[in-house]
Design a protein around this ligand. Structure first.
Ligand SMILES: [Fe+2]
Ligand SMILES: [Fe+2]
Length: 185
């Protein structure tokens, strides 16, 4: 299905970002300065690309259709697994933003530790979440959703992608990723 192909493609970009974040955290562990702007840019990417662009499609398009048509196992995987992961990721980003603001007022080792904890918490949640979606949830959707549902989802996804791309939104997000990737390669 086009929908899951796009979502998997989004996952590749999110994983590119988690790879960058790991390098940023290792740098801090090895004594480099905490670059507040770079960690904030990562938070923006997680909120805008991760949540408003990527999770938006899962939570408003794919997941409700899977729950409505497949119920049972799909509903359990989504409600007890996927949505819990999305919320955990959001909580890490919210705490990371707070930790960054605390560190600006008091650059203590403890506040530095909080930044690393929350940033790596997000990385850990999202990386395992993406593996579950790519390897279990999406193949399940592709194999079991009725053809009419798949066509409807693909139409919705195509429309959404077109609107986002016309607004230049996707490019804006990927620019944040590329800038950090070039700096921390
Ligand atoms: Fe997800
Ligand atoms: Fe996803």
């Amino acid at each position: 299905m086009y929908t899951t192909e796009i979502l998997e493609d989004n996952h590749k970009n999110i994983m590119r970002m988690t790879a960058v974040v790991k390098k940023m955290c290792i740098g801090v562990m090895e004594g480099q300065e905490v670059v507040i702007d770079d960690f904030n840019a990562f938070c923006d990417f997680a909120s805008l690309y991760g949540d408003q662009y990527h999770h938006m499609k899962e939570e408003n398009f794919l997941f409700p259709e899977m729950i409505a048509k497949l119920k049972g196992h799909a509903e359990m995987m989504i409600e007890k697994g996927m949505l819990v992961d999305h919320n955990l990721g959001r909580a890490h980003i919210m705490s990371l933003r707070n930790a960054l603001s605390d560190y600006q007022k008091d650059s203590s080792t403890y506040n530095k530790l909080l930044i690393l904890t929350q940033a790596m918490g997000y990385v850990d949640v999202l990386e395992s979440h993406i593996l579950k979606e790519n390897n279990v949830l999406f193949p399940y959707a592709n194999q079991n959703l009725p053809e009419a549902s798949q066509t409807m989802l693909d139409d919705m996804t195509k429309g959404f992608e077109k609107r986002m791309s016309n607004q230049g939104t996707i490019k804006k997000y990927l620019d944040i990723l590329e800038k950090l990737e070039n700096k921390y390669q």
